[in-house]
Design a protein around this ligand. Structure first.
Ligand code: PMV
Length: 341
């Protein structure tokens, strides 16, 4: 056993997963396709020690309560890897994100991918990329897509061993950029874990499933052929498809709600701006995960223009401040033995 540190990117799904056919094993209804985000990463170190009585989880330098949901989830995940290594020791887990949590950038994806890679390395398990992807999936579904490099497809499968992610193209395959605009840092009211459970209750879930395969193939093809127009149109339609499901899946939280609205007025303002930019000749498409953050997808050469256009819209309301991150396709999770924090 040793101290190991791993860094993992978050990922952004172009064809998304929303709904699990097995929630315990986190097996989704459909395949999904994503890209690793170069500027949204988690760095996690894991140090097993026979002297510890319990797992200690430190997030952004602050020790988490033993009973907190996150500590329990991390501990459970370590148990899965400890079981394979036949190891009883508890661990100190230190983790930091380069971006805010619960706003529509999957921190659980980068978090559980980094945790899996660091813990597997510390336990000297020597797991294959497929095995790392499977273990990451058990921690958080989309985490399995943060293991391979670049553009990735998560094959839904139908059992623990057949549900994992694999590369469809390396990071340098295509010069696209994602201008991520964090319009609000307020944590969302409905977690994606709950959203997945509720999805099937939407009257539109069945029709989404009926055509998802066609859209999946189109997104994959557009990436492989670098067909930006076909890609952008599919990706934008897909984001709206997911949000239509979320908005029509009733749930109870402090009373009954007809559905979950992850958007804020700022999200809507940016969606409308994208339509205007396109009509004036700037080719950009949006996608959104389960949060208000807007991801603007553009050609690499348009990154600067998009950032400037976003800043111009931001000024529509005095003193409004959005965080913007430029994300390029990136490598997947990896061990960083020399880094300790
Ligand atoms: O893996 P989770 O539970 O964080 O779910 C991710 C859900 C979406 O981000 C909305 C879609 C996706 O495929 O990443």
């Amino acid at each position: 056993m040793k101290l190991s540190t791993a860094i993992a990117p978050s990922n952004l799904a172009f064809l998304k997963y929303w709904g699990k056919k097995d929630s315990k094993l986190r097996i989704p209804y459909n395949n999904s396709i994503s890209v690793n985000l170069g500027s949204a990463t988690t760095i996690t170190s894991v140090n097993f020690s026979p002297d510890l009585e319990r797992d200690i989880v430190i997030v952004n330098d602050s020790e988490q309560d033993t009973t907190s949901g996150f500590t329990v989830r991390v501990s459970k995940h370590l148990d899965r890897l400890r079981a394979v290594a036949n190891e009883k020791s508890k661990a100190i887990v230190k983790t930091k994100n380069t971006f805010p949590e619960s706003v529509g950038i999957a921190s659980s994806a980068s978090g559980f991918a980094a945790l899996t890679v660091a813990a597997a390395d510390a336990l000297e398990l020597n797991l294959s990329q497929k095995e790392l992807s499977i273990f990451s999936r058990l921690g958080s579904g989309s985490a399995c897509r943060s293991i391979p490099d670049g553009f990735v497809e998560w094959v839904a499968g139908d059992s623990n061993d057949t549900s994992f992610a694999q590369q469809i193209a390396p990071p340098d395959h295509w010069d696209i950029s994602i201008v991520t605009v964090i319009v609000s840092k307020d944590a969302k009211k409905l977690t994606s874990t709950s959203g997945h459970e509720l999805a099937v209750a939407s009257p539109f879930f069945k029709s989404r499933m009926e055509t998802i395969e066609i859209h999946l193939n189109r997104v994959r093809e557009a990436i492989l052929n670098k067909d930006f127009e076909q890609f952008g149109r599919q990706v934008e339609m897909e984001a709206i498809s997911l949000h239509s499901i979320a908005m029509t899946s009733p749930f109870t939280a402090n009373g009954w709600n007809s559905g979950a609205y992850y958007w804020t007025p700022d999200t809507m303002e940016l969606i409308r701006a994208v339509q205007e930019w396109r009509s004036s000749g700037l080719e950009v498409y949006f996608t959104l995960d389960a949060g208000p953050t807007v991801h603007l997808i553009c050609r690499r050469e348009d990154e600067g223009k998009i950032e400037k256009a976003v800043r111009d819209i931001e000024k529509n309301i005095p003193l409004r401040k959005w965080d913007i991150a430029i994300n390029r396709p990136a490598v997947g999770a990896r061990v960083q033995q020399e880094i300790q924090h």
